[in-house]
Write a protein that binds this ligand. Structure first.
Ligand SMILES: Cc1cc2nc3c(=O)[nH]c(=O)nc-3n(C[C@H](O)[C@H](O)[C@H](O)COP(=O)(O)O)c2cc1C
Length: 185
């Protein structure tokens, strides 16, 4: 049976390089019989965690109500797999991805009625600089996230040397992302 995949994108550049990586991955995953839905964090209104420790006191995960409590939560609840597709911004994830992940804190406490059932994760990234080290910060974060959340890392596509919008079309990275989607079992 196909899996539910939540594809969280982090670029404010629509149809940009990481958006195209996400689309290629989704294409492959759908061919393999999975269901995939995109969540565009860069277009959502989500602020970071305020550490008020009042999660669920208002009947919703976060007391500072924003898009996290709405669409993101429902997609997260249904997901078996999470794919993060984002550009490198200052050697890290874009702030929209970081802010969203921070709020997952509200689901980790014992008083959370929502349990995340995700068991697998995928990372798709692009960066302007043409050196593999450019991904080190984000990859380290991703790997710790996988460890902490008990997600199995199902693979990464790290596209370096991709600066201008659309550059990724001329490379092998889209095929790689599509293949990764197709390989999910
Ligand atoms: C605010 C900002 C910060 C960036 N920081 C980096 C960086 O630290 N290293 C890098 O190689 N590229 C950096 N880039 C370039 C992007 O990663 C690159 O253009 C990427 O292809 C954009 O992907 P997108 O089309 O999906 O938005 C940055 C771009 C922006 C707008």
């Amino acid at each position: 049976m196909g899996k539910n995949i939540l594809v969280m994108t982090g670029s404010p550049r629509r149809h940009g390089n990481s958006d195209l990586l996400a689309d290629a991955f989704i294409r492959g995953a759908k061919e393999a019989g999975h269901h995939a839905e995109k969540y565009e964090a860069a277009f959502a209104k989500i602020s970071g965690c305020r550490a008020c420790d009042t999660c669920w006191s208002k009947g919703v995960p976060c007391s500072f109500n924003d898009d996290f409590n709405g669409k993101f939560i429902s997609l997260l609840q249904q997901a078996d797999v999470i794919a993060i597709s984002a550009p490198v911004y200052f050697y890290a994830f874009p702030s929209s991805i970081q802010a969203t992940m921070e709020k997952v804190y509200s689901l980790l406490g014992e008083n959370s009625p929502i349990k995340v059932k995700i068991s697998e994760a995928v990372l798709l990234m692009c960066a302007g600089e043409n050196e593999p080290e450019v991904f080190n910060g984000a990859v380290a974060t991703y790997q710790q996230l996988c460890r902490g959340m008990r997600w199995n890392d199902s693979g990464m596509v790290l596209a370096s040397g991709i600066l201008e919008k659309g550059t990724i079309v001329k490379t092998h990275y889209l095929k790689q992302a599509e293949e990764l989607g197709r390989r999910l079992i």
